[in-house]
Ligand binder design. Structure first.
Ligand code: DQA
Length: 147
C-alpha cells in the first residue's frame, strides 16, 4: 500500500512560478494535502522532487519492489525525455502521468508526451486534484474496483 509521488523540474517553485497557470499554493502545500488524502485511504505516501533528469531516473528505478505505483509530474521532461520514458518502461511499477495545467490547451510543444505510452494513463488540467485523482485510481485498483 505504498505509493510514490515524484515531482520533476521547477515544481519546487510552485507558488512563485507563473501563479496564473500553476496556482498560489506551494509544493509543501501539495505534500500536506496528498499525505492527508492518502491517510484517509490507508495509503502510505512518499513524496520526492528533483530538478535533475538522472535523479528522477534513479527514483523510478528505486521504486521497484518498494512501491505499488508512482504518480509522476515530470514537468518539461514529459515532452522530450526518452531517458525517463525508458526508465519507466524498465521497471515493473505502474506510473500515472499528471500535470497541474491542461497541457493540451497551452503551447504546441506541451501537447506531446513522450512518457505517456509507457504509463497507465495521463491526468492533466486539474491542479492538485490531478494528483488526488491519480491516487484515487491506485486506491480503486487496490480494492479491485476499476470504475
Ligand atoms: C507541467 C506542464 C509542463 O508542460 C511544464 O513544463 C511543467 C509543469 C504541469 O504540471 O502542468 O513544468 O508538468
Amino acid at each position: 500500500r505504498k505509493f510514490l509521488v515524484i515531482n520533476g523540474p521547477n515544481l519546487n517553485r510552485l507558488g512563485k512560478r507563473e501563479p496564473g497557470i500553476y496556482g498560489a499554493q506551494t509544493l509543501e502545500d501539495l505534500q500536506t494535502e496528498l499525505v492527508s488524502f492518502s491517510r484517509e485511504r490507508f495509503m502510505d505516501l512518499s513524496f520526492e522532487q528533483s530538478n535533475n533528469e538522472g535523479d528522477l531516473i534513479d527514483l523510478i528505478h528505486g521504486a521497484e519492489n518498494k512501491f505499488r505505483g508512482i504518480v509522476l509530474n515530470a514537468g518539461a521532461y514529459t515532452h522530450y525525455s526518452y531517458a525517463i520514458r525508458d526508465a519507466i518502461a524498465s521497471v515493473d511499477v505502474p506510473v500515472i502521468e499528471v500535470h497541474l495545467s491542461n497541457v493540451h490547451a497551452r503551447e504546441e510543444f506541451r501537447r506531446e508526451s513522450v512518457i505517456a505510452p509507457v504509463t497507465i494513463g495521463q491526468i492533466s488540467g486539474f491542479g492538485f486534484d490531478s494528483y488526488k485523482l491519480a491516487l484515487q485510481v491506485f486506491h480503486n485498483q487496490l480494492k479491485g474496483d476499476t470504475l
